[in-house]
Write a protein that binds this ligand. Structure first.
Ligand code: PMV
Length: 330
């Protein structure tokens, strides 16, 4: 056993969002969520368990990490070690194909890749669902980045129950995510802290009830490849979530003027006959979902009308789940 493995995982963008935790230690969500694992916003991570390390170490994008990022990774590795009767510490090196902490779901792909690589390094073959429970410990949405394609993550009361699975593989539907990176700066309040504020909004209970009520329709719209229904419900829930964020104490306002401009433009494109719908995570950037045949036009119009550079408009499609690869980062 070499004790070393490398995994790749894609971001998973939610159609119905996870916002607010049932159990903060377990990262179990207040509501189930549905999302798409992407093939373009990727994290690659190499994990090596070694006898000579007193502590876990972490390097992201060439920068050695300490403090909270390292603590989060070490906590997940502790759970992996417990499951595998392992005592060695690990060296972890990770690279993203996109800027971290901009609301482009870097923690989702990061923890999915981490647990896939960590169990791979220990020679453990977990089911995708069980693997998703370990990714969830690092970042809730990471549970959804473990399976490929169109994914559901259930609430669950225990660590074992709160797991994610694939509803449909990546080939089910040629849906595209046109990510509009209107800002590349790091956000002030990340989702890890933001979840703790959800309950302070008077709208939170209403949102949770609403998401639970629309979930069967979202599932059906995905099964039917019905973009109109999926898109309308997706926008509705994104706005509900940002309503909760804005009305929390303290208030979280992730939008910038460019976010609002993007919302108006997507609605205008629809009026002009381009079926495209937005969603927004815990950041200012937009994800515009459309079918493959409209992706070039959406990307072109976003560049022209929002004055965005090539590298600010990232087009992705349905991707595979977290998987092991042969090329190590060290
Ligand atoms: O997994 P976290 O803690 O980064 O939270 C993700 C929160 C949202 O991106 C806003 C919604 C989601 O379901 O991905």
């Amino acid at each position: 056993m070499s004790g070393k493995a490398t995994a790749v995982a894609g971001a998973n963008i939610a159609f119905t969002k996870y916002w607010g935790r049932r159990d903060a230690a377990l990262n179990t969500p207040l509501n189930p969520s549905l999302g798409l694992t992407l093939d373009n916003l990727l994290t690659t991570t190499t994990v090596e368990f070694r006898d000579d390390l007193p502590e876990d170490t972490l390097v992201i994008g060439g920068e050695p990490q300490g403090g909270k990022p390292l603590e989060r990774v070490a906590r997940v590795l502790d759970a992996v070690r417990d499951r595998s009767d392992e005592v060695r510490r690990a060296r972890v090196v990770s690279e993203n194909t996109f800027a971290a902490a901009t609301g482009l779901a870097s923690s989702a792909s990061a923890f999915a890749a981490l647990v896939r690589a960590a169990f791979g390094a220990l020679g453990e073959e977990l089911s995708t669902e069980e693997l998703s429970t370990y990714a969830r410990l690092g970042s809730g949405s990471a549970a959804r980045s473990v399976p490929g394609g169109f994914v559901e993550w259930t609430t669950g009361k225990t660590h074992e129950e709160s797991r994610a699975w694939s509803l449909h593989g990546p080939d089910h539907w040629d849906l595209r995510d046109v990510a509009l990176v209107v800002s590349g700066t790091e956000k002030k309040v990340g989702s890890a802290d933001g979840h703790g504020l959800a309950n302070t909004s008077p709208f939170n209970d209403t949102r949770i009830r609403t998401v639970e009520a629309i979930l069967p329709r979202v599932r059906q719209a995905i099964a039917d490849r019905d973009l109109t229904t999926l898109g309308e419900l997706m926008e509705h829930d994104a706005l509900l979530m940002h309503g909760v964020m804005m009305t929390s104490t303290p208030s979280l306002l992730y939008w910038t003027p460019a976010t609002v401009e993007g919302i108006h433009l997507v609605r205008q494109w629809r009026e002009e006959g381009i079926p495209a719908y937005f969603t927004i995570d815990a950041g200012p950037n937009l994800h515009v979902f459309c079918e493959g045949r409209h992706a070039d036009e959406v990307a072109r119009r976003a560049r022209e009308e929002m004055d965005l550079r090539e590298d600010q408009v990232l087009v992705g499609g349905p991707g595979e789940g977290a998987r092991l690869v042969g090329d190590h980062l060290f």
